[in-house]
Design a protein around this ligand. Structure first.
Ligand SMILES: Cc1cc2nc3c(=O)[nH]c(=O)nc-3n(C[C@H](O)[C@H](O)[C@H](O)COP(=O)(O)OP(=O)(O)OC[C@H]3O[C@@H](n4cnc5c(N)ncnc54)[C@H](O)[C@@H]3O)c2cc1C
Length: 418
């Protein structure tokens, strides 16, 4: 009986964010039966409100060398680009220690190599999915610019630009006049820009997930609104996923529940140090400006992206866990910063949001088989790059389940690497 179940039971993917939806689609393309479970609607988690950027250049981890010296400032400046809610510090401490340990020059070099291996081909991995969904026009291959206001600021980022160059990232340094030519909407306050031609964005990150989820269903996948609460396990395998609606037998399970994956993996006896970097956004439906392409500030940690529904101002990092209320002053800081770039920004009708980046302390996701179960797979922890890596993760998980060599060393993404 159990053999029969193994052959006929579907693969269950938990979480219909960008990572889960793409994984479910890739598995469906393999001819597998796939059930996608989410306690809410597709894209309502962190994939709801990100900066909409699909980037292959993000080879610099969050924890760069010297980050340890920034921790005191992170604790006392709640509105800084990187802040820690000090009440959360006791719970964050183990994660923070790993974060700092991962910031040594040697580790940063290794991590950037592992990030590059994942990010290379991240945009191309979307090609078959957007084609199947008929939404090729939702991806704009415009490139993006990062901007620097001062000579000193630009100089201090040289080691990180060098790191990008060592990883083969395509970039072009722009002087102030060239920057203005490329993006005339910007105020003339910048000394330098760096243009990254290989960066794309989607014109609406939420509709993007929703369209992909709709394609999953129309291609024969089963999408169900159920909250997962446990697993039925025996002999090192997961036989069924338990939800608020009952049980679903499975031949394999993929945990892709973003920042909420920790509780689920704990039930599989696996405890990777997943936490959350909270981020904020404002969306201005009628901003009164028409930027040509997304613009990013490394110094201030936010991006402005021209979406089909207005201007998205998104970013900053707040280490504060999954339970504390948002600090909306951080969204105000986003507006204040963006209105220096685009002085006549109209904020009438704006909406604001806070989301939970699923973040590992070394800035690398978990993609791989769960340590104690031969048919359980983990796909979470994508931090700042979940939209960029959604399709690439789906591709890699599908390779793994099919027993194919993905062509890259998967060891850096193992759940038990710490
Ligand atoms: C402000 C901000 C800006 C960002 N900008 C970018 C960007 O420009 N580019 C980029 O690449 N990334 C960006 N990111 C990061 C990106 O948004 C995330 O990495 C990505 O959305 C994570 O996707 P996910 O599918 O892993 O998680 P989610 O989108 O959170 O999906 C997880 C899903 O799991 C479901 N779930 C959880 N627990 C259960 C359960 N027990 N049972 C059933 N379902 C469950 C949730 O309901 C949710 O739908 C940004 C993030 C923030 C906060």
């Amino acid at each position: 009986m159990s053999l029969e179940r193994e052959e006929t039971a579907p693969i269950v993917v938990i979480g219909a964010g960008i990572v889960g939806v793409c994984t479910a689609l890739y598995l469906l393309r393999e001819g597998r039966r796939v059930v996608l479970l989410d306690r809410g609607e597709p894209g309502e988690g962190t994939s709801f409100g990100n900066g909409s950027i699909i980037t292959e250049e993000a080879v610099v981890p969050v924890q760069t060398p010297g980050v340890v010296w920034k921790v005191p400032k992170m604790l006392v400046d709640p509105l800084g680009p990187l802040a820690i809610r000090w009440q959360y510090l006791p719970r964050l401490a183990p994660w923070l220690i790993q974060f700092i340990a991962a910031s040594s020059p040697h580790r940063v070099e290794e991590i950037s190599i592992a990030l590059r291996a994942l990010l290379r081909g991240a945009t191309a991995a979307y090609d078959p999915l957007v084609k199947a969904a008929g939404i090729e026009d939702m991806i704009r291959r415009s490139g993006w610019i990062s901007v620097y206001e001062t000579d000193a600021g630009f100089r201090s980022y040289q080691p990180l630009l060098d790191l990008q160059r060592r990883r083969g990232v395509n970039l072009e340094v722009l002087q102030a006049a060239e920057l203005r030519q490329l993006e005339p909407a910007l105020a003339p306050i910048f000394k330098y820009g760096v243009f990254y031609p290989d960066v794309s964005y989607t014109v609406d990150n939420l509709r993007f997930v929703q369209e992909l989820a709709a394609a999953f269903v129309s291609l024969g996948g089963e999408l169900r609104r159920e909250a997962v609460s446990g697993f039925e396990r025996a002999d090192g395998k997961v036989n069924a996923v338990i939800t608020d609606h009952g049980q679903t037998a499975c031949s394999a399970v993929v945990v892709a529940a973003g920042a909420w994956s920790k509780a689920l993996t704990a039930m599989l006896g696996c405890r990777p140090p997943l936490d959350t970097e909270r981020g904020y956004h404002l969306t201005l439906p009628d901003p009164g400006i028409s930027p040509r392409l997304p613009v990013y500030s490394t110094e201030r940690g936010f991006v402005c992206t021209p979406l089909e529904k207005g201007l998205r101002i998104a970013g900053t990092v707040e280490l504060g866990g999954l339970e504390k209320a948002p600090d909306w002053r951080r969204a105000e800081v986003l507006f204040k910063n963006a209105s220096r770039w685009y002085p006549r920004l109209d904020r009438r009708g704006e909406t604001k949001w806070m989301g939970y980046r699923p973040s590992m302390p070394d800035s690398l996701p978990v993609i791989g088989r769960a340590p104690h179960h031969s048919n359980a797979y983990l796909a979470f922890g994508h931090g700042h790059c979940g939209l960029s890596l959604g399709a690439r993760t789906g591709q890699l998980i599908a390779d793994m389940i099919a027993g194919r060599d993905s062509g890259i060393d998967m060891a850096p993404y193992r759940a038990d690497r710490f």
